[in-house]
Design a protein around this ligand. Structure first.
Ligand code: SDX
Length: 432
């Protein structure tokens, strides 16, 4: 039962097959699904279950990390509104906040930066793993492999029941993600990796590891700020597909490196984090503002999806998409306006006026504009979701740590309704 405000509210159900009546306690507007198992026709029945494909109406856990109000477009990390975090806190402050539950003091932040910097050396297992990939392999596949390879240098990471070890490994994963991601970028370009620079911010160090062509490379402060805020916007998002993957794999007491690799796999899907790459390819394929009406006809006929639109939780404008608008302005001021922006803005204008989208509460999500910004910063579409993964790692490891400390949790193992054939006879192969 989710611990919170006790209440005497109950949900009364009556099983018309037997007349059995049940009073299920209501807590936080939920009822315990296990309570349904009391409903049986025969005494030796397993008992009733709830059917919920894709878990659309299922609460898998209680959490104190991220709050989303999808109807009002509200997103808070540990109670802090995303708008204030994006404006007033660095990504390292946000990482600390997600992990520790509050924002760090100046002293804590300085210590944290030094600690993360100390974790950024990686073993040559990573380099050897990367060398085995062709340069044009998808960056998300390479990133998955490198996270697992990085775990090879951390045998203690499997001590998942030790809270101190969990916290240490969480910080190591967060610290190493930009290094691994930069290694992937440099490998694709046939360039040697760049050594991390602890004197730079988390975002600045990442940009330098990716783009530096000489020792005197300096990070542009506009791009550093944009990267920092983009990481913050992707920090956590409660029980989305990839975070649920982290929790499911973590529930088996697997190493957090292996769970994180599984989460990267989930994130790579175009319906999830891979949407930012899909949006850019869609905008390029539409090609011009004049071609938008023909594309929208395809959407109405369900021959195409407007990638970057829609969300399982937000039935209003994704608050992160709003913040991206200001970042886009600042980046394009520096880099020049992304020519695909005109198509994106016109697509959004038409979609928001279109009954097909309005009737389905379809609004731009975090992926609709982020790719345009990434591209103007110098990243290629195939790499966009790697940037999402760097930002999301603090969320994944914070949710994993919370799961491992939750006494109500066990290994995840949903049930099924079997509709297939039963008790068939196996004939010898020559008689089939
Ligand atoms: C992320 O969960 C999270 O929090 C995720 C995320 C995070 O931070 O972790 O926010 C990041 O993944 C954002 C979403 C990125 N994905 C995309 O932009 C891909 C395009 N969007 C869709 O595939 C879709 O909107 C989803 C997957 C995001 C949500 O899908 P749902 O909730 O399962 O909704 P659905 O597919 O059942 O759609 C409901 C209706 C359907 O029409 P009908 O069958 O009712 O007639 O809306 C239509 C859908 O066809 N629809 C779309 C659409 N999204 C939904 N039609 C056209 N274009 C779209 N993008």
């Amino acid at each position: 039962m989710p611990q919170d405000t006790p209440s005497n509210d109950t949900l009364h159900v009556r099983d018309s097959r037997t007349g059995q009546e049940l009073a299920l306690p209501i807590t936080n507007d939920t009822v315990p699904a296990m309570g349904l198992r009391q409903l049986k026709v025969q005494d030796d029945d397993f008992g009733m279950l709830s059917y919920d494909p894709a878990f659309k109406n299922t609460v898998s856990c209680t959490s104190r990390i991220t709050f989303i109000d999808g109807g009002r477009g509200i997103l808070e990390y540990r109670g802090y509104p995303i708008e204030q975090l994006a404006e007033r806190a660095s990504f390292e402050e946000v990482i600390w906040c997600l992990l520790e539950g509050d924002l760090p003091s100046r002293g804590q932040l300085d210590e944290f930066h030094a600690e993360l910097s100390g974790y950024q050396a990686i073993s040559d297992t990573v380099a050897k793993t990367l060398a085995g990939f062709p340069r044009d392999a998808h960056p998300m596949s390479m990133l998955m492999a490198l996270v697992v390879a990085a775990g090879a240098q951390e045998p203690d990471a499997r001590n998942v029941r030790d809270p101190a070890e969990r916290r240490a490994q969480a910080k190591k994963l967060v610290a190493r993600m930009p290094v691994l991601a930069a290694h992937v970028w440099r490998h694709r370009k046939g360039l040697a990796p760049v050594t991390p620079d602890p004197s730079l911010s988390y975002a600045g160090n990442f940009l330098r590891m990716v783009f530096a062509e000489s020792d005197d490379y300096t990070v542009d402060p506009v791009l550093e700020k944009a990267m920092d805020v983009l990481f913050t916007l992707h920090g956590d998002h409660e029980q989305n597909c990839s975070t649920s993957t982290m929790r499911v794999v973590g529930s088996a007491e697997a190493s957090p490196y292996n769970a994180a690799a599984a989460s990267i796999a989930a994130l790579s899907g175009p319906l999830h984090g891979g949407a930012n790459e899909a949006v850019l390819k869609l905008l390029a394929s539409i090609g011009s503002v004049e071609a938008i009406p023909a594309f929208m006809e395809k959407v109405r006929n369900r021959e195409a999806k407007l990638m970057g639109f829609g969300h399982r939780v937000y039935k209003s404008y994704d608050p992160r998409a709003r913040i991206l608008g200001q970042i886009a302005h600042d980046v394009f001021e520096l880099t020049g306006r992304n020519p695909l922006l005109d198509i994106a803005v016109e697509l959004e204008r038409i979609a928001l006026a279109e009954d097909y989208f309005k009737s389905r509460n379809l609004y731009p999500n975090v992926d609709f504009y982020s790719g345009l910004i990434y591209q103007s910063m110098g990243f290629e579409p195939e790499y966009f979701t790697v940037l999402f993964a760097i930002g999301r790692m603090p969320g994944w490891v914070s949710q994993w740590d919370e799961l491992m400390g939750d006494s109500e949790q066990k290994i995840a193992r949903p049930r099924q309704v079997y509709l297939g054939e039963r008790q068939r006879t196996v004939a010898p192969v020559d008689e089939r």
